[in-house]
Design a binder for this molecule. Structure first.
Ligand code: ATP
Ligand code: MG
Length: 154
């Protein structure tokens, strides 16, 4: 079904912000509407998984920046979720989307290691991609790209 990613992101960010007073979520939108062909409940699940990680693996007072951009060259939109948290150690980055995989710097922060596995599964089912850049003790940015629905076919 055709859904507006901007509206969906706003919903998830609002809901996630209500669950924490310790972190500040800031959102930047480059477009008013970004229409993607998606299962909205699944896509909400992906976004909330990544947002919850950004909060969970950041110290209190941390700011999480969400940006939605529409690159000019391709019919793809990009969601970036940037935190200034504990980061993912370089030697564990290659495996982090695996089932039950957790990094060794999580120190008492609970989790099952399934969230990102599921996220990648769901994003790829939408013909999208998910990846990240991370430095330990500096922070992590997750990126999700999704194909946009052609305006002409709307
Ligand atoms: P859950 O299944 O409940 O989500 P989880 O958060 O441990 O548990 P994933 O969401 O799959 O599992 O993440 C896997 C691992 O990747 C985490 O345990 C953590 O080590 C690392 N990780 C994920 N996101 C971040 C982040 N934003 N900053 C630092 N580490 C992260
Ligand atoms: Mg998680």
């Amino acid at each position: 079904e055709a859904i507006d990613l901007v509206a969906l992101a706003q919903r998830v960010v609002k809901r996630t912000q209500m669950m924490t007073e310790q972190h500040q979520l800031s959102v930047k939108y480059e477009a008013d509407h970004l229409i993607v062909n998606a299962d909205s409940r699944r896509l909400e699940q992906v976004l909330s998984n990544v947002l919850n990680n950004a909060i969970k693996y950041s110290p209190d007072g941390g700011v999480v920046e969400i940006t939605l951009t529409k690159p000019l060259s391709k019919q793809q939109c990009l969601i970036a979720i940037k935190d200034s948290g504990i980061g993912i150690p370089a030697q564990q980055q290659a495996r982090i989307f695996g089932r039950f995989v957790r990094a060794d710097n999580v120190h008492g922060i609970s989790g099952t290691g399934l969230g990102l596995y599921l996220c990648r599964e769901l994003v790829e089912r939408h013909n999208g991609r998910i990846w990240f850049e991370s430095s330990e003790n500096v922070g992590t940015t997750f990126y999700i790209s999704l194909p946009l629905v052609d305006d002409i076919n709307m």
